[in-house]
Each structure stands twice: as structure tokens, then as C-alpha cells.
Design a protein around this ligand. Structure first.
Ligand SMILES: Nc1ccn([C@@H]2O[C@H](COP(=O)(O)OP(=O)(O)OP(=O)(O)O)[C@@H](O)[C@H]2O)c(=O)n1
Ligand SMILES: O=P(O)(O)OC[C@@H](O)[C@@H](O)[C@@H](O)CO
Length: 435
């Protein structure tokens, strides 16, 4: 049954913004306790994404029907100790960005126009804050600068970056170099190589005392604005502030090429598929199937967080995958009720909620007309709830008292369920598959 997957210890760290975890909530409490000064964010998102090679700038490319930039904004917005998130976009993308803010309910976001380079965009973002205290966006004590195309940023790193910036004036995330850095001659030959162990890749987020980074941008040269790529350098060069460097997790990378977008989608889908809630009602056969399915899912590293008699949206903060087991067609109404309740909830708005209706056939005598009616009703419900970001799938499984047959059926049911949860493919919604 065991399916090859990275072990839970190898799994990418939870990007931190997909599911509220107890750890996340306690970290937020930690953040509130440790951060007793105003913190704001500037997300440069004014680029064109040339290296991605798509017509749409990469920050607006979608993952699970949602623009990449929305995942990044949410990674900050969900933290109560973070205030305004200034999003810096090209003028031509202003309305598009306002639409994303409205659709995804990014209540902390403030949209401003960027410049012809990343540094110019960042400076525009910093200028959105005002030094007058009664302003709607008063200047913060610490400002976090983070590329809008780095969607995976965890709270504990943000806390470290923020506290270090408060103490040292500047801080930045770093990662070990993967490739060795070399210098080339003008003819394209090797001039020399750097000792890789002595160097690190500068990543984001970076944190600054607002006054320091604002002053650095006021003093920097046109060359810096045009060709510079490192905010930490500006703080050192123009304010004499030496940034504290903090090593971050592997998920800090910047989405630059198409492969990065595919990797980001894979991480988000994997994170969303880590848990599920099984609702089985009270019928003995359904409860028996729920227990067998739970055992198999746990073996495939999908943690079953609850085998509930009835579902309610409180589980939505812990998982976005719900498996409803019914033994007769009439219980389809239970699935209908669940799917309708999840529609347009805050959670479904940000990530598609998967509802898998498992129909346990106790007899094979259901007449074809009943099956046809049922399938028609199921399909129309699926096409309705998908508008509210609920993906409704169906799987039939025939009950049998023959142990080997039953075990094989449950294994097939598990594999189909895991595939549906992991892939979240809209094309399969409304289908009644057979385990
Ligand atoms: N004039 C610019 C250029 C870049 N950025 C932002 O800075 C971040 C990192 O820059 P990069 O990865 O280089 O983005 P692009 O410039 O869009 O990519 P490319 O160089 O491939 O065109 C991105 O969020 C990008 O939108 C910006 O705000 N303003
Ligand atoms: O040069 P790009 O605009 O692709 O990316 C900017 C990166 O250089 C920057 O995000 C980090 O290196 C930290 O400064």
C-alpha cells in the first residue's frame, strides 16, 4: 500500500500560510508578544517577468485559480502583528491589482505605482508611508521588504528578521549557494572562482528600520537605482548599517522561471493535501469503511484529522479536504448540504475545498433510472458549487463480505481519493468514479 513519497521530515516546510496550525497560531501569539512596535511591508511587484517568458507578468500568474501575488500577500496579512502591506505594481496593472485585492479580500493591502527598476519600485513603496502620525499609512518602525514572487515565507523567519532589524537597523535572509560563483574575462573565459563556502545567496525577506532604508534610498545614485539588486548594500553604503544575516528555509526561493511556478504549485498542492476529514454518519458499514480508509490514508501520509459524525465548517481551519461516506442515495443530501456550506467561506475563497462523496453500495439492485437521476443531480451540484471554489467528486464502492475483495476495493478507494485531493483537478468534478 505504501506509496513512494518523501517522508514527512523531508516534506517542504509548511509555507505557513495555507492552513492555520496550532503552531502557527502560537507563533502569532509569540509575534504579538515580541513585536511591540509598528511593522509594515513593501512588496515590489512592478516587474514584467521577462525570464518567465509569458505574456502575463509572473506575479499575476495563477495557481489553483489564484494569482501568485495573493499567496504572498496572505503570508503577511494573516499575521496580526503586521500592519499595512504596500503592493507596488506597474501603472498598467493597477486595476488588475485592485481587483485581486477585492476578490481575495486582502484588507491590509495598499496598491501604489512602481518604477522602471526594482529599487525604484521599492522606493515608491516606501514613499507610500507618511511621517504624519494621523495619516492612514503612518510610517512604521520596521519595514519588511519582500519580493512579491516569493510566496513561501514563514512566520518564525519574519519574526527573526523583524526583531533583528529593530536591533541592528537591517537584516536579511540568506541561503547556501548551490552553484559556485565565478568571474569571467571580457573574452568569456574563466578569470577566477570564489570560494563557495565563504559566500551566501541573499534572499528575501529583508527588514529595516524605516528611517534607515528611506534615507539610504534618498542618498543612493542613479546607478544604484538602475542596476542595483541589493537593499542591504544600500543600507551599508549610505547609512553605514551592517545587516544581520539570518539563514532561512529552502522554500524562500524567488519564482523567476516557468519551472519555479510549477514547483510553487506542487508545494501548495502538497501542503493542501496533507490532511483530510472523514464524515461517516452512524451507519455501521459506513463507520467501518471510514476506519479502513483512515488507516490507509494515514499510511499514505494524509493525516485524517477527524472521523466526524457530521461535518461543520470549524474543520475548515485545519483542512480543506472532506470525505463524506454514505450508504444510500438519500445520504447524498448530506454531501449536498456540506458542499453548499463550504461555498464562499473565507477558506474556500483562498483555496479550493475538496469534497469527495463516497457512495457505499450495499446492494446492486439500484435501478438504472435511479442511477441516472442521481448522477444528473450530482453533476449539477458539482457545477454549482465549483463557482464557490468547492471541488465535488464522487466515488462508488461496492460492499462485500469477502475480505480480500473488500481490502482491494478500499485500497483502490484510497488511491483515487488521494489522487483527487492532491491534484484538485476541476475537470473531474461531478464525475462518479468506481473503486
Ligand atoms: N521595475 C520592477 C522590477 C521588478 N520588480 C519586482 O521585484 C521582484 C523581483 O524581481 P524579478 O524577479 O527580477 O522580477 P521581474 O523583473 O519581473 O523579472 P524579469 O527580470 O525576469 O523580468 C518581483 O516581484 C518584481 O515584480 C518591481 O517591483 N519593479
Ligand atoms: O535581480 P532580481 O530582480 O531578479 O531579483 C532580486 C534579487 O536580487 C533580490 O531579491 C535578492 O537577491 C535579495 O536582494
Amino acid at each position: 500500500m505504501q506509496q513512494e513519497r518523501c517522508s514527512s521530515s523531508d516534506r517542504p516546510l509548511d509555507p505557513g500560510c495555507l492552513l492555520e496550525r496550532d503552531a502557527e497560531r502560537s507563533a502569532d501569539r509569540l509575534g504579538c508578544a515580541a513585536v511591540d512596535f509598528p511593522v509594515a511591508v513593501v512588496l515590489p511587484a512592478g516587474g514584467s517577468g521577462e525570464r518567465m517568458g509569458l505574456a502575463t507578468p509572473k506575479q499575476f500568474c495563477t495557481i489553483l485559480n489564484r494569482p501568485l501575488i495573493s499567496f504572498t500577500i496572505q503570508a503577511f496579512e494573516r499575521l496580526s502583528w503586521i500592519g499595512t502591506v504596500v503592493v507596488v505594481v506597474a501603472k498598467e496593472n493597477h486595476d488588475l491589482m485592485l481587483n485581486i485585492v477585492q476578490k481575495c479580500n486582502h484588507t491590509k493591502a495598499k496598491v501604489v505605482h512602481g518604477g522602471t527598476s526594482r529599487h525604484r519600485s521599492i522606493f515608491s513603496g516606501l514613499q507610500a508611508f507618511s511621517s504624519t502620525t494621523d495619516s492612514l499609512t503612518p510610517k512604521p518602525k520596521v519595514v519588511i521588504i519582500h519580493d512579491a514572487v516569493r510566496p513561501f515565507v514563514e512566520e518564525d523567519l519574519l519574526l527573526k528578521i523583524t526583531l533583528a532589524a529593530k536591533e541592528q537597523g537591517a537584516s536579511g535572509a540568506i541561503r547556501p549557494l548551490v552553484s559556485t560563483v565565478i568571474a569571467t574575462t571580457s573574452e568569456g573565459y574563466l578569470d577566477h572562482s570564489l570560494e563557495r563556502a565563504k559566500y551566501r545567496a541573499s534572499e528575501m525577506p529583508q527588514g529595516f528600520l524605516y528611517d534607515i532604508i528611506f534615507q539610504a534610498y534618498q542618498r543612493c545614485s542613479e546607478f544604484d537605482f538602475e542596476f542595483g539588486t541589493e537593499c542591504l548594500h544600500l543600507a551599508l553604503q549610505y547609512c553605514g548599517t551592517n545587516a544581520k544575516l539570518i539563514e532561512g528555509p529552502p522554500t524562500l526561493w524567488k519564482v523567476t522561471y516557468k519551472r519555479d511556478l510549477a514547483a510553487a504549485e506542487a508545494i501548495i498542492k502538497e501542503t493542501l493535501s496533507m490532511s483530510a476529514c472523514i464524515i461517516a454518519g452512524a451507519e455501521a458499514e459506513a463507520v467501518e469503511l471510514a476506519k479502513a480508509l483512515q488507516k490507509n490514508l494515514n499510511m499514505m501520509e494524509t493525516d485524517v484529522i477527524q472521523c466526524a459524525k457530521e461535518s461543520n465548517t470549524e474543520y475548515l481551519s485545519k483542512t480543506r479536504n472532506f470525505i463524506h461516506i454514505s450508504t444510500t442515495a438519500s445520504n447524498f443530501l448530506g454531501t449536498l448540504d456540506m458542499a453548499k456550506r463550504f461555498e464562499d467561506t473565507d477558506h474556500a475563497r483562498l483555496y479550493p475545498v475538496v469534497v469527495v462523496w463516497v457512495q457505499l453500495n450495499m446492494t446492486k439492485q439500484s435501478v438504472d433510472s435511479q442511477k441516472t437521476d442521481e448522477l444528473t443531480a450530482f453533476r449539477s451540484l458539482a457545477s454549482e458549487v465549483i463557482q464557490g471554489n468547492v471541488l465535488l467528486y464522487g466515488i462508488q464502492i461496492d460492499h462485500t463480505k469477502v475480505p480480500e475483495q473488500w481490502e482491494r476495493s478500499v485500497e483502490r478507494l484510497t488511491q483515487i481519493t488521494v489522487a483527487l485531493i492532491r491534484d484538485r483537478n476541476a475537470a473531474l468534478t461531478g464525475q462518479l468514479l468506481h473503486a
